[in-house]
Design a protein around this ligand. Structure first.
Ligand code: PDD
Length: 286
């Protein structure tokens, strides 16, 4: 069965799903997106993803394409029509179609909405997590508002490609002070030798990950120690454990940073435990 996409009011086979060549997302990267985990047919942390979508839209002064209820209905339709049990849902909203001009189009231009879903085998993620992943470090060359989840991802694309070419899973981006901001498509975390979990504050320099927010709840429920502060690459390399978080990676142990082992070079026990309990606190909805 071919995949079905929702595009501006219609459900279409992906091979026939199209957007206009003057869509501002296509021409300027003028749009935002969300990626939400689908697990056993449920959406995971849907409300937090949709809240963040609305925040991103507001920051860019793009109108909501539909009501929350209508979008929720379409998201479920896309999951059902693609028969996805495990995988992820992609939602993209752009400023819409207008004659090319950098400033916002005049008049009532309708935002474009695309929703797709993709099945992924959860066993693959589990196998990866059992071994842990490698990351490389790269300068963070992104703009100053990575807190907005925009589709303008060229620096992230280049960073991920560089990681792939080095046999790594992710690139950790480093600010001008030598501190880790986040991964190209995930948030970055360490566990210090004292057992303190550390991740950067969600300021304008990083995306406030939904997985990150939900993990905070798990950390609090388990009475673990957490510090929201920047950490340097040097501190990360000397950490007891390291991991990354994101809707598609969940909580993924990091065992190598720039080719150097973290701790004993195996997934950390705390990281594994957090991964296994993540869905106890994440909200499932259908
Ligand atoms: N990426 N930081 C960046 C730059 C991201 O792109 C993502 C998510 C995250 C983690 O956010 P969350 O926990 O809400 O997924 C952090 C998605 C998965 C992507 O681009 O595919």
């Amino acid at each position: 069965m071919g995949r079905i996409a929702y595009v501006n009011g219609r459900y279409l086979p992906q091979s026939r799903a199209m957007v206009h060549i003057e869509d501002r997302g296509y021409q300027f990267g003028d749009g935002v997106y969300e990626v939400c985990e689908i697990r056993n047919g449920d959406l995971i942390d849907e409300a937090r993803h949709i809240d963040r979508l609305h925040r991103s839209l507001k920051e860019l002064r793009i109108g909501a394409p539909l009501t929350r209820a209508a979008l929720a209905f379409i998201m479920r339709q896309v999951i059902a029509r693609n028969r996805v049990a495990d995988g992820y849902l992609y939602v993209q909203v752009t400023r819409g179609v207008a004659a090319r001009d950098h400033s916002f189009p005049l008049g009532n231009v309708r935002p474009s909405l695309v929703v797709t879903a993709r099945a992924i085998d959860p066993a693959k993620g589990e196998a990866l997590a059992a071994k842990g992943v490698a990351v490389i470090s790269l300068p963070d060359i992104r703009w100053k508002r990575p807190d907005i989840k925009t589709i303008g991802l060229l620096p992230n694309v280049l960073a991920r490609q560089a990681a792939k070419e080095k046999g790594a899973y992710e690139a950790w981006l480093i600010d001008t002070d030598g501190m880790v901001t986040e991964g190209a498509a995930s948030n970055a975390w360490i566990v210090t030798q004292e057992g303190v979990i550390v991740t950067r504050r969600a300021d304008n320099a990083i995306l406030r990950g939904v997985t990150r927010t939900t993990l905070f709840e798990l950390v609090a429920a388990q009475g673990l120690r957490l510090e929201e502060r920047p950490f340097s690459l040097t501190e990360a390399k000397a950490a007891r454990e390291a991991f990354l978080t994101g809707a598609t990676s969940l909580i993924m142990p990091v065992v190598l940073i720039d080719g150097e082992p973290v701790g004993d070079g195996k997934p950390g026990t705390l990281t594994i435990s957090l991964r296994s309990h993540f869905h106890d606190v994440a909200k499932a909805s259908r």
